[in-house]
Design a protein around this ligand. Structure first.
Ligand SMILES: [Mn+2]
Length: 444
């Protein structure tokens, strides 16, 4: 629904007072401001509200294509029983709604056709509706500057002004050229989206070749991201004349860090929104490499269960400090989790705790008296990042992993460092293998 479409709807309501306007799920970005202000007044029902409703007539405005109204027919039980009446200013098309009564007038704006009918019938139009309709005419005629403008467009505009349309509001609803380019891009991206599932994540991407670096590409990608359903959205914009590929990404999953993925080839940003600029003479080839890299990066995340040792040397709560001390010496540890007879984690005892007992001559006392009881632990599914944060925040060298209260394993600082080191090496090797060069970073 663009401005001319909404203008047409508002006037169609006068011609067909017993009909109900139905809102498309795709509102043109250019019409959003007007919709925000007038949505209540327009009194739309949603396409979903049509579900199971017996529909006998549909009045279609600003399009005559059956494809463009398919969303409206999805829930209607008997499409064959519907009488269609169409008001359009586009030329005939092979996708015309079959059997429809079509009113076709080649006016600059479609709103003009409905407005002309109202002037003939002498119908009284409210000032707010006149404003909405006039906005539609201004939008589709390029402020009366396009070559499609007809005398009727002026005639209806004049009538709407006389009915109290506000030119100040009309001007406010129309957007400048820069935004128009963005809107065109927005629609092109929507058309070109390619959907795939990578390791269980929905990834939508599009590829476009552009001549000029267009300002606000990030904002356009953002708009697309807001209306589609996806985990990841990647916009690839290749500038052949500049030998440059711009990658703009958006992400809705909390466990995916897009900034880390982008930083691998010189980009950056945030976990949810990041971008990179890569010098390359061959955009499509570079994208292949990036997607391969992405597939590896989206591998199921390493978590505590992968880092931990499952054969943990544990202490029993009822052992004496002396027994515990001898045991730790034997296994060469500086501390160990303490479990009860059922294997439940009840505390943690370190050599430092034992020192205290030794100083106080209490080596015969039970471990449970000297152990710390508030043990920091993690679940088996805790991410590497969470494990890292816990160990750093609490300044601990051992992190017990607990499942249903029972000790399932133990992550040590050495386990964590080993993992980080090998993970870094793995990424570096992958990058080298993929041939992704590092040039300049960027935010979008
Ligand atoms: Mn139109």
């Amino acid at each position: 629904m663009d401005l001319d479409c909404i203008g047409s709807i508002v006037l169609a309501k006068y011609l067909y007072p017993d009909h109900v306007p139905v809102k498309s799920h795709l509102v043109h970005p250019v019409a959003r401001k007007l919709m925000n202000l007038y949505e209540d007044r327009l009194g739309f029902m949603s396409v979903a509200d049509l579900k199971g409703q017996p529909v006998s007539r549909m009045v279609v405005v600003d399009t005559r294509s059956i494809e463009r109204i398919s969303e409206y027919l999805r829930w209607v039980p008997e499409v064959g029983a519907i009488d269609f009446e169409v008001f359009d200013h586009h030329p005939q098309d092979s996708k015309d709604i079959p059997g429809a009564l079509i009113h076709e007038k080649p006016f600059g704006a479609n709103t003009t056709q409905l407005g002309l009918e109202l002037t003939r019938q002498g119908v009284f139009i409210e000032p707010e509706d006149a404003t909405i309709a006039l906005t539609g005419i201004y939008a589709d005629t390029g402020n009366f500057s396009h070559t499609n403008v007809t005398a009727e467009d002026f005639e209806v505009a004049s009538y709407l002004l006389s009915r109290g349309a506000s030119l100040r509001l009309v001007k406010d609803f129309l957007v400048p050229l820069k935004d128009k380019q963005q809107i065109a891009l927005f629609y092109e991206i929507l058309q070109k989206l390619y959907k795939q599932t990578i390791r269980g994540h929905i990834v939508q991407s599009c590829y476009m070749e552009l001549e000029e670096d267009s300002q606000g590409l990030g904002a356009v990608v953002e708009q697309v991201f807001n209306i589609i359903e996806t985990d990841l959205l990647l916009g690839f914009f290749f500038f052949p004349s500049k030998g440059k590929l711009l990658v703009i990404g958006r992400n809705s999953k909390s466990r995916i860090y897009l900034n880390e993925i982008m930083s691998a080839f010189g980009g950056g940003g945030h976990a949810q929104a990041a971008s990179a600029t890569i010098k390359t003479p061959d955009g499509p080839r570079m994208i292949e490499r990036i997607m391969k890299f992405l597939e590896d990066m989206l591998a199921p995340a390493t978590c505590a269960r992968h880092l931990m040792t499952t054969t943990v040397n544990t202490l029993q709560a009822d052992w004496t400090l002396l027994e515990a001390s001898l045991f730790l010496e034997k296994v060469g540890h500086t501390g160990a989790p303490v479990v009860d007879a059922e294997g439940r984690l009840v505390g943690f005892l370190t050599l430092r705790d034992i020192m205290k007992g030794r100083k106080g001559n209490q080596m015969h006392v039970a471990v449970s008296k000297f152990m710390s009881r508030s043990v920091v632990s993690a679940g088996p599914d805790a991410s590497v990042r969470e494990v890292d944060d816990l160990m750093f925040e609490h300044n601990i060298g051992h992190l017990p992993v607990v499942l249903d209260g029972r000790l399932a394993g133990l992550v040590t600082r050495a386990d964590l460092l080993d993992f980080k080191r090998s993970d870094r090496r793995r990424r570096e090797a992958l990058l080298e293998e993929s041939g992704l060069p590092i040039v300049e970073g960027g935010f979008a």
